[in-house]
Design a protein around this ligand. Sequence first.
Ligand code: SF4
Length: 216
Amino acid sequence: MSNNKRIFLKKVMTKLKLRYKNNLKSSLNFSSPWQLLVATILSAQAQDKQVNKATVKLFKKYPDVNDYLNLKPSVLFKYIIHIGLYKNKGKNIIAASRYINDNFNLKIPKSIEELTQIPGVGRKTANVVLSGAYNLHYGIAIDTHCITVANRLGLVKTKNPEKIERVLIDNVDINNRKYVSNAFIALGRDTCTARKKYCDRCVLRKICPSSDYKYR
Ligand code: SF4
């Protein structure tokens, strides 16, 4: 079965890369690993567009990790007030800057183990930072879109992100590892949404086991 999954995923990725060729990078704006870390923390349960709108002003005024060490939460909140859960996220960002100062000499670490020690940083955020800022693809960031798509494609029968990540790591060929997360996210946003699947316009409709349009 694993071999079948590998062959299937290769076909899936060929079709998705063709369909979403301009959309295979994170749409969050950043110009340093720290900025990507902040943007990714802010993006949980929020739209990337909304995050970019906030960070354009935030990063202009406070670009670097050391700018946040003594930043008052109330000042940071003003920049991110339109993003859901902004108070928690803002507190985590300030705590993260202090942790990075105390433990990593103000450098954003390059391993999942170290990144996930930082307040507000889970495995998904760590994978996004490693991939987007350092071009390191040890893991695969799994968000809600990836969960929906992986289940509909019959790759997994679980909502557990770590189990899904494991299956993808084991079966996506190494050249596609850096694309799979954003490809699944793009498909999950416009075609295979959690609420409704639009199989009639999906590039995977002929090979997907959940397709309603396989033979049309
Ligand atoms: S064919 Fe349908 S169920 Fe399968 S990935 Fe596409 S939209 Fe989702």
